[in-house]
Design a protein around this ligand. Sequence first.
Ligand code: NAD
Length: 488
Amino acid sequence: MTMTVEHTLLTRVPDALLIGGRWRPASDGATLAVRDPATGAVIKEIASASVEDGGAALDAACEAFPSWSETPARVRAEILRKAFDLLMERKEDFALLMSLEMGKTLAEARGEVAYGGEFLRWFSEEAVRAVGRYAPSPEGHGRMIVTQHPVGPCYLITPWNFPLAMATRKIAPALAAGCTVVIKPAELTPLTTLLFARLLEDAGLPPGVVNVITTSHSGAVSEPIIRDPRLRKLSFTGSTPVGVRLLEQAAGGVLRTSMELGGNAPFVVFEDADLDKAVEGAMAAKFRNIGQACTAANRFIVHESVAEEFARRVTHRVAELRVGRGTDEGVEIGPLIDDRAVSKAESLVADAVERGARLRTGGHGIDGPGTFFEPTVVTDVAAGSDILREEIFGPVLAIVPFSTEDEAVAIANDTEYGLVSYVYTESLSRGQRMIERLATGMMGLNMGVVSNAAAPFGGWKMSGLGREGGAEGIHEYLQTKYTLTPSP
Ligand code: NAD
């Protein structure tokens, strides 16, 4: 990858806010610097929105709402479909940009373009199926008509770890439903959303339907938007503590919310598992996105009779992983997003080792430039270790042994989170029992990656509210009206 290709791409990324179809600087001229986590170098300076800009973006979304919500579903669907086609044509640009601003490998970034793009295609197909129903009342005296309506202007907040997919997973169903949006990407990786907004313009999206604000003052800019009575929906993906704070702000206006929050996924390997499949699944569930996924397996709960063999095999694989800049050929593990992420991984491993865990490989940050962490395996992790309670968000695989199925279930469910679980067993009945017993919104049964645009993505307990994707996804942006009419 030559520097010229990177440079040319970066000059094509807008550096302004998109408000009402106009790209403009921040009202106070403020900017924020976006860095490449593999080098620490600033790759682009972009506008940093003020509170006033946030208000202007919401004004624009409100203004565009009446005509967009009345635009025929087929027309909205075709714009989404066109956006999908353009994204596939520009796949390499988006992959490179995500690798530059977030650090993931080009191969993974291409995977995210494919995954993120599917939301555009899926919801272009769902847009025309947001139908209601007509039924006689049970007494026969009336007719009940149930119709679906777009909720109104929405505020979408996305995290840094999947810069494209988290945006398309919200924008596509919102537009399909007839809603207009203000989107605020994470300040660490805002460039992908800016380039995507340009693509939406090219796909023929009318001005004001999607507005983009990038800012280094997320809290101050977001709160007035969330408290504005004209806003009808907040969709947030990010950490649980921030989600809780936003829910408190949303409560005042009884605002519709969707929350995709943190996870602490158990990965259970039973004694009857196919270990080859379990090791393959573990590598994907743990090291995808450098371990920085809400769906990342956080606790490997492995039957004591196979724990050593599983540990030996994964350690062999993990020790071989090639760490480096995501754009470099052959690299499998990029940098963590920042210094704080490196210190967190380091201290979680140190705490586990202090409490008696065995460090099999890795365990330390790698000297800069860039914020890299060694791919790590720790085994025999003791109950009560921080690593079992907190989201690691890094390339650290922690193994806890168990002896009975009940014990495995108890350990797996011993968390306030409930996003996803992974189970490896060759027994059908055991797999079925796990579907019923594990308290998570999603499960991979002999599968290490579950995300799919056609599936309802979302968590139980403190992992969130609502679902993104699937037939469910569009309903987050629709509200129901029931009308009673007399019998004809
Ligand atoms: P974060 O909560 O720090 O930030 C998420 C977004 O919220 C960013 O855009 C950030 O700028 C913004 N934000 C931060 N403080 C805010 C405030 N006070 N008011 C308004 N906006 C604010 O999370 P992150 O570090 O960007 O992302 C990692 C977290 O996201 C992890 O916990 C991960 O599990 C979670 N995540 C969840 C899903 C899911 O679908 N469940 C998907 C990806 C990531």
